[in-house]
Each structure stands twice: as structure tokens, then as C-alpha cells.
Ligand binder design. Structure first.
Ligand SMILES: Cc1cc2nc3c(=O)[nH]c(=O)nc-3n(C[C@H](O)[C@H](O)[C@H](O)COP(=O)(O)OP(=O)(O)OC[C@H]3O[C@@H](n4cnc5c(N)ncnc54)[C@H](O)[C@@H]3O)c2cc1C
Length: 289
């Protein structure tokens, strides 16, 4: 391993000032991606900027809107009762990642900034309409998470910028969401395909809003816009589920690789889309009245 500098700010202002001086520094959150990449010589680093003592990035607030500091751990997200209740797809995704040890170290911001197409918090946060708050020493900008990813390992973050927090609006009444993935092993594996759904029902139980997002089937996590457009104004019949699953599978842009063929991935998108929609509907219906 090469020598590198280790910067340990104790506030956001100090972190941003350090990053402004050393824009080549990599923010270090849980290190569960970054330290592995450094050890395997996949990521040449000159400096690491630890977020461990930057308390502003560890805050989680649930006053109507969910505000997740970038360095909130996946374990905390998976355990938080209000997230499990109102943002269930996010709790589903966080709970699936790695092991207890990994989830205790790993952060939501690290999962997003690492920009793996298979990142398990990305499809849930896309269907929950999350916004990314990006900060520098000069100021902040807020972008829809859908615009955050550029490709495998690439985001819109510029040198000197950090992800500060993720803001997720409160879902309307009678809403439910779900995330499921397929992995060959039951745990400690990366998604071959992941699918998230979020549904809101009107007072009659008709779908008012629906969003679908897919992971590991394109260079970035993606919304399945054509499939989700079939849902508003409808009741979720078996026939409609089959149609939406089929359209989502056509929208996916998977590749053949060591872990699965493109055809198998499309098949998984179809199956998982139907399952997450059914589960999201059941969760929304359980909030009726
Ligand atoms: C054994 C094992 C199993 C795993 N299983 C899964 C899995 O099932 N699903 C899954 O999705 N992932 C999995 N991962 C990957 C990893 O644990 C997650 O992606 C994790 O959420 C990364 O978070 P972190 O805090 O450790 O990020 P770090 O490793 O600290 O950082 C990751 C990247 O993000 C950048 N970064 C971090 N925070 C910021 C910020 N605030 N602003 C700008 N850039 C930032 C870093 O510079 C780095 O480039 C696994 C990893 C291991 C080692």
C-alpha cells in the first residue's frame, strides 16, 4: 500500500476547508468499499479525509421529512422504526447489505458515492424521491438522486465537493414501498438484480402514484419509467402485474457477465418487479384508514 495523508476534521466547516486545500483527498466514511479498493491497488490515494468525527454528517432527523446525514450507518437505518414504517424500501435495502459488522461500519453516503450499479440503497432512495445535498466550502446544491449517478464508480461530485445529506420527503398517507434483490447466496453477496417499488393509494384503494427502480441492470441505478406509468388509476390485478413486470424487463439494460446473463437478469426484473409491487401494495393497504 502507498503512503497517504490522513486528515481528521472535527466539524463540517473544517472538513470542507481541508477538502478545499486538498481536493484530491477521498472522503472516508465506513471504509468498507474504499479501504478494500486501496488495499487491492484499485484506487491510488494521496489523502483520506475521515468523516468519523464530523458530527453534522451523522445526524438522522425524522421531522416529517427524513434527513439522513451521509455518514449515518446502514445498521442505524435498518433498525430505525420510523424508517421501517414510512420508508420501508430503504430499511429493506439497508438490512440486506453485507453482514452485521459491515452494516455497522458502512454508511448510506458511502453506498451512494461508491456508485456501484448494484448499490442496495440506490433503488429504494430513487423510488422514495430522495434528493442529494452536495456541499463545498463555497456553498450547497441540492439535486434529485436520479441525477447523481453517471456510471459505474462515477457520480456528479466535483473535486472539492462532498455529499452532505440525503433528504427524503414524507410519503403521502396510504403509501408503501419495498426493495428485493436476487443473490445466488443468501447473504454477503452482491445483487444480480435489485428492484424497488413505492405505491400510494387513494381512499378507494386505487393506485394514485407508483414508482419503480432497478439496480444492477444498467450502468447506473435507474427508474423504470414506462412500467411505472402503467399503474396510476389502476387496481393491481394479476394481469396488470404481469404486464408491468414484462415492461420493466424490457426497459432494463443488463449485460452478460460472470454473475448472470442479460436474459436471466431480464427474467429476474420481471419476477422481482411483480413481487415488490405486491409487497408495496400490501404495506400501503395496511396503512388504510
Ligand atoms: C463484505 C462486503 C459485503 C458488502 N455487501 C454489500 C451489499 O450487499 N450491498 C451493497 O450495496 N454494498 C455492499 N458492500 C459495499 C459497501 O459495504 C457499501 O457500498 C457501503 O455502503 C459503503 O459505505 P462506506 O461508508 O463503507 O463507504 P466508504 O468505503 O468509506 O466510501 C465509498 C466511496 O464513497 C466516497 N464517499 C464516502 N462518503 C462520501 C461523502 N460524504 N461525500 C463524497 N464521497 C464520499 C469515498 O471517498 C469512496 O470513494 C459490501 C462490502 C463488503 C466489504
Amino acid at each position: 500500500m502507498n503512503r497517504f495523508d490522513y486528515l481528521a476534521p472535527t466539524s463540517l466547516a473544517e472538513a470542507l476547508a481541508m477538502l478545499s486545500d486538498r481536493p484530491e483527498a477521498f472522503p472516508l466514511a465506513g471504509g468498507t468499499d474504499l479501504l478494500v479498493q486501496i488495499k487491492e491497488h484499485r484506487r491510488p490515494v494521496e489523502a483520506l479525509l475521515s468523516l468519523k468525527r464530523v458530527s453534522e454528517m451523522h445526524q438522522l432527523s425524522l421531522n416529517g421529512t427524513l434527513v439522513l446525514g451521509t455518514a449515518v450507518s446502514l445498521a442505524q437505518i435498518a433498525a430505525e422504526q420510523q424508517i421501517r414504517q414510512n420508508y420501508a424500501a430503504l430499511a429493506d435495502g439497508a438490512a440486506l447489505i453485507g453482514s452485521v459488522q459491515i452494516r455497522s461500519m458502512a454508511t448510506v453516503g458511502g453506498n451512494l458515492c461508491n456508485a456501484s450499479p448494484s448499490a442496495d440503497t440506490a433503488p429504494p432512495l430513487l423510488v422514495l424521491q430522495a434528493q442529494a445535498v452536495i456541499t463545498t466550502a463555497e456553498g450547497e446544491r441540492t439535486v434529485p438522486l436520479a441525477e447523481f449517478f453517471l456510471g459505474p464508480g462515477r457520480t456528479i461530485l466535483q473535486p472539492g465537493e462532498m455529499l452532505k445529506e440525503i433528504v427524503v420527503p414524507q410519503p403521502p398517507a396510504r403509501s408503501g414501498s419495498c426493495y428485493l434483490r436476487h443473490t445466488p447466496r443468501a447473504a454477503m453477496d452482491i445483487a444480480v438484480v435489485g428492484v424497488a417499488a413505492a405505491i400510494s393509494l387513494d381512499a378507494e384503494g386505487i393506485i394514485a402514484e407508483a414508482r419503480l427502480a432497478l439496480g444492477a441492470v444498467a450502468p447506473t441505478p435507474m427508474r423504470a419509467a414506462a412500467a411505472e406509468a402503467l399503474l396510476p388509476g389502476q387496481r393491481l390485478t394479476g394481469e396488470l402485474l404481469a404486464e408491468v413486470g414484462h415492461v420493466a424487463a424490457q426497459e432494463a439494460r443488463p449485460i452478460d457477465d460472470l454473475r448472470a446473463s442479460a436474459d436471466y437478469r431480464r427474467h429476474l426484473v420481471n419476477v422481482l418487479t411483480q413481487r415488490v409491487l405486491s409487497q408495496a401494495l400490501a404495506r400501503a393497504a395496511s396503512q388504510q384508514g
